[in-house]
Design a protein around this ligand. Structure first.
Ligand SMILES: Nc1ncnc2c1ncn2[C@@H]1O[C@H](COP(=O)(O)OP(=O)(O)O)[C@@H](O)[C@H]1O
Ligand SMILES: [Mg+2]
Length: 144
């Protein structure tokens, strides 16, 4: 259901670009949406999550790499943000950790390493960030 105003592909040359792209996605994630962000380590998934946070009225600096923390919660005035990093999990861990339940909670959810999930949550917005040889990032919306 891509509205005419929804971009599907972006080129980012600096972290600020990636944050702006994230911020622009915030509106379509309200109030309870899920954003899945694929990409290698260092691609810019957490930077993009910072942009989404700022678009939700949450200080971008609050959002840090949660690699050692499965879920981090950030509270804004209007909405809360749950930021998940599944890097260290396998499918069994995901089930045991109750991740599917977390994704059904109220608020906006952002998932790094969504390939660990057994199933794509219904209605999720999916992105893939690719680090290009010249250091720029290609960010594309994936059709589900
Ligand atoms: N265009 C860009 N977009 C996002 N991050 C960038 C960009 N250019 C350089 N970087 C740097 O790349 C790193 C991305 O880190 P991070 O977002 O934590 O990656 P990931 O969460 O995908 O592992 C940061 O140090 C950031 O400053
Ligand atoms: Mg990260």
């Amino acid at each position: 259901l891509n509205g005419a105003g929804q971009a599907n592909r972006w080129r980012s040359v600096a972290p600020e670009d990636t944050r702006r792209i994230g911020a622009a996605l915030a509106a379509e994630l309200l109030p309870d949406g899920v954003l899945l962000v694929e990409g290698d380590l260092g691609a810019g998934k957490t930077v993009l999550a910072q942009g989404v946070a700022s678009g939700l009225g949450i200080a971008a600096e609050e959002v840090q790499s949660p690699t050692y923390t499965l879920v981090r919660e950030h509270r804004g005035d209007r909405v809360r943000l749950l930021h998940l990093d599944l890097y260290r999990l396998d499918a069994d861990d995901v089930a045991a950790a109750g991740i599917e339940e977390t994704l059904a909670e109220t608020g906006v959810k952002i998932v790094e390493w969504p390939d660990r999930l057994a199933a794509v949550p219904r209605g999720a917005v999916s992105l893939r960030i690719t680090l290009l040889p010249n250091g720029e990032r290609d960010i594309e919306r994936l059709a589900r």
